[in-house]
Write a protein that binds this ligand. Structure first.
Ligand SMILES: NC(=O)c1ccc[n+]([C@@H]2O[C@H](COP(=O)([O-])OP(=O)(O)OC[C@H]3O[C@@H](n4cnc5c(N)ncnc54)[C@H](OP(=O)(O)O)[C@@H]3O)[C@@H](O)[C@H]2O)c1
Length: 317
């Protein structure tokens, strides 16, 4: 497994990180906890040393499943991986949704995340997004206070704009940033955020890499998804047919590199200097094995450009 430094810390993080959004069960219909746990265990046993989660993934469910995976079999996987959680979303006592990063809410997240993960100290905590009420400075200073008190090792933010990042970094140094970045949507690279993070030694771990199945190894049409899945609507129509032609072209590029389209998409993001890891939400150990095989693969500038040109055509841009 290829690893690189997280920011200025001494943590060398694997370039493939396991994401647990799906394990939370929301937006994904019926999710099998056994598959979720088996996939976490497979990832840890095969060199993935960071698991990404959030309080909002199933309102604590994903965090609890991670604890189960780490404690199972006499806790033999504890210490082999770190956990990165994100704070912002929670469900109140009357089932109302709470979207807040106020100091009071963060105090509750701190207690709750520690309890659900079964730890005294959290490895990495990111603010999931701007809550639009708490000033960025207040939110980050609160998180940094927990770091200086020894409750959290590393801190950062997700989904912040360049302006948010600038304000946050002035309030306290960040170690990690989590934006969307994919062959399908590369604004991170073009709007100054990538350069800002490199300049300030903030490592970047990206999500969205497989474009909700559009960069899966084999494409599935709308009818192959259950009705609760948004892909049962989006994977149809003339735009979808155009995308299928682009996917076939990407397939040819991937084959030249002895990769699948999915591995090409992972290698594409990891080939950008400043991107430290890709967070991939594998559903099964088999998917995880396929994705982990892209660790350490880097593409030449010509191949990066060729992929982007194909995707632009496929998206009608
Ligand atoms: N910070 C944020 O706001 C944010 C937002 C979204 C996600 N994330 C994080 O990023 C992680 C990844 O989420 P994402 O939205 O970027 O999803 P993704 O990883 O692009 O896609 C996840 C889906 O891709 C499919 N997949 C993965 N590996 C595959 C393989 N080898 N072959 C075929 N299909 C494969 C699975 O689909 P099937 O369901 O068909 O099996 C899985 O459900 C999340 O779990 C979460 O930790 C963060």
């Amino acid at each position: 497994m290829h690893c690189a430094q997280m920011g200025d810390t001494d943590f060398k993080v694997s370039d493939i990180v396991h994401g647990t959004y799906k394990a939370g069960g929301q937006d994904w219909g019926a999710v099998n906890d056994e598959d979720s746990i088996a996939t976490m265990k497979y990832c840890i046993d095969n060199g993935v040393n960071l698991i990404d989660t959030a309080t909002g993934y199933g309102m604590g469910r994903a965090e609890r499943l991670i604890r189960y995976a780490l404690d199972d079999e006499d806790g033999k996987r504890r210490g082999k991986t770190k956990v990165m959680t994100k704070w912002y979303l929670w469900q109140g006592p009357d089932e109302e949704m709470i979207r807040s990063l106020s100091p009071e809410t963060q105090a509750q997240f701190l207690v709750g995340s520690k309890k659900r993960l079964g730890v005294d100290r959290l490895d990495v905590v990111l603010l999931h997004r701007d809550d639009t009420v708490t000033p960025i400075e207040t939110a980050i200073e609160t998180l940094a206070k927990y770091q200086s008190e020894g409750h959290i090792d590393h801190i950062g933010a997700s989904n912040y704009s360049l302006e948010h990042l600038e304000r946050a970094q002035k309030a306290a140094p960040l170690q990690n940033y989590q934006p969307r970045f994919t062959l399908l949507e590369a604004s991170l690279r073009d709007d100054g955020r990538l350069d800002f993070c490199r300049e300030h030694h903030i490592s970047i771990g990206v999500y969205g890499v497989l474009g909700k199945g559009r960069l899966a190894p084999g494409l599935k049409d709308a009818g192959e998804y259950p009705s609760w899945d948004s892909r049962s609507k989006s994977h149809a129509g003339p735009k979808w047919e155009r995308w299928k032609r682009a996917h076939a072209e990407l397939q040819k590029v991937a084959e030249r590199q002895s990769l699948s389209v999915t591995q090409l998409a992972i290698a594409w993001v990891l080939s950008h200097p400043g991107i430290t890891f890709a967070i991939i939400g594998a559903s099964t150990p088999e998917q995880a094995e396929h994705n982990i095989a892209a660790s350490g693969v880097r593409l030449s500038k010509d191949v990066l450009d060729e992929c982007e040109a194909i995707v632009k055509e496929g998206l009608g841009k």
